[in-house]
Design a protein around this ligand. Sequence first.
Ligand SMILES: Nc1ncnc2c1ncn2[C@@H]1O[C@H](COP(=O)(O)OP(=O)(O)OP(=O)(O)O)[C@@H](O)[C@H]1O
Length: 294
Amino acid sequence: MRLTIRDLSKTYPNGVRALRGVDLTIHTGMFGLLGPNGAGKSSLMRTIATLQEPDSGTIQFGPIDVLRHKTALREVLGYLPQEFGLYPNLSAEHILDHFAVLKGVVDVRERRAQIDVLLEQTNLTNARKKAVGGFSGGMKQRLGIAIALLGRPRLIIVDEPTAGLDPTERHRFLNLLSDIGQDVVVILSTHIVEDVAELCPNFAILAGGEILYTGAPEAGIAGLRGKLWRRVVSKAELSELGARLHVISTRLITGRPVVHVHHPESPGPEFEPIVPDLEDVYFYQITNAARRAA
Ligand SMILES: Nc1ncnc2c1ncn2[C@@H]1O[C@H](COP(=O)(O)OP(=O)(O)OP(=O)(O)O)[C@@H](O)[C@H]1O
């Protein structure tokens, strides 16, 4: 199954252009959608999930024309939104049962079987009878993904699922996602570059409602090889450097600013070459778009 998005645009009534001619082709497996706050990620996820209408454009999932046949899409969709509420007094098992009915899993035995498998997969079997009000953030997210997986969806959308999770829970969640993403389309929307680097064979960078890059992480990294340089600078030098060179990021390392610069050859003897990573790809694309717009 393939998800094809063409020329998708959305302007909210307050004039914010959240999506500007988005084109994306997403194949089976894990696909990362990276972007800063306000990039338009949730707007895109909600539109694919048929929860809001675009102004123009098309979305095709396999044989389904998503914007015309919303019910057909919903039947194959598992969606974990950025924020979701759960009745605190109900048990995980009870909540899953409730959502399974809503998803159309009407046969009791089939429902029980799916719930057992999902509780096991999300490591919640021991907590199945506990009220979810007492669940940790990680447990709630795992229950969220279990709910999203009910009814065996073919398209799974998870919107910023690891925000607020501690490293152990984050890894547990990411491992779970990568297990799921073998034979279905999984879109992981996030502003955490590491999540994409660890999991996604393909990804896109969205900013200001536009796709800035789409491809494999390694291809993005290869495109920067030999063109990135670093230097420790004084705080006073920062703005002068920024005016002269394409500074893609500034990090404080033990309190001293270290700049990463994009340049076809060494910008000077004080600079040393660096091996690019996905974070550099992300910052390069974001700053490049800002420079084009300036
Ligand atoms: N219902 C709405 N009405 C008006 N503006 C909106 C609405 N929803 C989102 N926006 C605006 O559209 C832009 C894109 O927002 P969106 O939530 O899609 O981005 P995002 O990439 O998911 O951001 P975040 O990572 O902060 O959740 C932002 O400027 C946001 O303020």
